[in-house]
Design a protein around this ligand. Structure first.
Ligand SMILES: [Zn+2]
Length: 385
């Protein structure tokens, strides 16, 4: 090796070292001290009648709402910021969910999303495939042939790990074009998430395949919405500042769309994706805002269940993020504060809330994979294979 090469080589080494060291300090040292925010405008909450809650009535529809990274810390913070109440904490049936991946005690959204979607624990990064990377059927694939219309709504990109778990089969959550290509072959009747830009950047072949399978619209007011058989709604943006009431409004749109199309009923997964992203950034105020927005989608689902009487609503999370703990709060002033002990995911159990007929089957402690199997059993009366 020449002197010049040696110099270059050691420069690269030094750079690598610097990157590693700064990455480490990000993970361990730069954790913010307690931060708080005041939320002047409380959004209120909804308390249903509990008329059919926990009854043995037949369930036609299941709505599964997943707050990405929504541990009990995030729920507490949002609740106290909102005057001490949330629609989800107004419910009476509660449980805990264990979130471990097959290869790691602390999961990611791909392994946990796959457990919720398929009833199988898998490795981190895997989507809709088992530990040996073989495709396993997800709830839409099991339910659609039986007459259930199925859908997903998320504030993430549609190829994000949680929504993708319900339609894709890939050994890498990073395989964006392949995940979108799986959408055309999927069992979904309704899909909405970000983003239009990602869709436009796909190959013309993939876009054509998707447009052949789905009516693709960019606005909920598009007149093709009502006439379509399968719908893909791609909003301009799913960021908090730009999406407005996207999550609760699209949850309503999906419930209406699916209830008109499923002969037997419907299954809908709704994800509040950005709670997790704010927690990774240790942004307490952002975490509270996103959890409150998610609770608006919960309210839309609970109101639907209340009107319908045959709908079961389940609210949980794929994992905790940020190891969030609570500081002093003042619910009267809408003030909440807390601390993050981590910039990553944590392995603690996450809370689960349920409302509607058969809700009691979700009380107690369960694995994320069991939630999937219970949903299938409650809808069809058959054990999941
Ligand atoms: Zn995360």
């Amino acid at each position: 090796m020449s002197v010049c090469h040696m110099k270059r080589f050691s420069l690269v080494l030094m750079l690598l070292l610097a990157v590693t060291v700064s990455g480490r300090s990000q993970n361990n040292k730069e954790i913010k001290a307690a931060s708080g925010s005041t939320y002047a405008e409380k959004q209120g909450s909804y308390t249903p009648s509990f008329r059919n809650d926990g009854s043995r009535k037949a369930v036609r529809n299941v709505i599964l709402l997943i707050g990405d990274g929504m541990g009990i810390g995030a729920v507490n913070a949002a609740m106290y910021a909102n005057g001490g109440e949330l629609t989800m904490t107004n419910l009476k049936t509660m449980g805990y969910v264990k979130t471990q991946a097959s290869d790691d005690f602390t999961t990611d959204s791909a392994a946990s999303g796959t457990a919720y979607a398929t009833g199988r624990k898998t490795k981190k990064g895997f989507l809709g495939v088992d530990t040996s990377a073989t495709a396993v059927r997800n709830l839409p694939e099991k339910l659609a042939p039986l007459g259930y219309a199925c859908g997903v709504v998320s504030t993430d990109e549609l190829n994000g790990a949680t929504p993708a778990s319900f339609f894709a089969h890939q050994r890498s959550r990073e395989a964006t074009p392949e995940i979108w290509a799986d959408l055309a072959e999927s069992s979904l009747s309704f899909a909405s998430a970000g983003s239009r830009k990602t869709f436009m950047n796909l190959s013309a072949i993939t876009r054509d395949d998707i447009a052949e399978a789905f009516e693709v619209v960019y606005s909920p007011e598009d007149e093709r919405v009502t006439g379509s058989e399968r719908l893909l709604y791609l909003p301009e943006s799913v960021s908090y500042d730009e999406r407005g009431d996207y999550l609760p409004a699209t949850t309503e749109m999906a419930m209406e769309y699916l209830s008109e199309r499923g002969d037997k009923g419907f299954f809908l997964m709704v994800e509040g994706a950005r709670i997790d992203k704010e927690e990774h950034a240790n942004n307490f105020g952002g975490m509270v805002r996103e959890t409150l927005d998610f609770d608006k989608a919960v309210e839309a689902a609970i109101r639907f269940a209340e009107r319908d009487g045959h709908t079961l609503v389940i609210i949980s999370a794929d994992h905790e993020t940020g190891a969030v703990t609570l500081g002093n709060c003042n619910p009267d002033d809408g003030y909440a504060s807390g601390t993050f002990a981590s910039r990553g995911h944590s392995p603690v159990m996450v809370p689960l809330f349920a409302y509607g007929p058969r809700s009691r089957e979700f009380s107690g402690t369960q694995e994320n994979s069991e939630v999937s199997d219970k949903i299938f059993m409650i809808l069809t009366g058959k054990a999941a294979e």
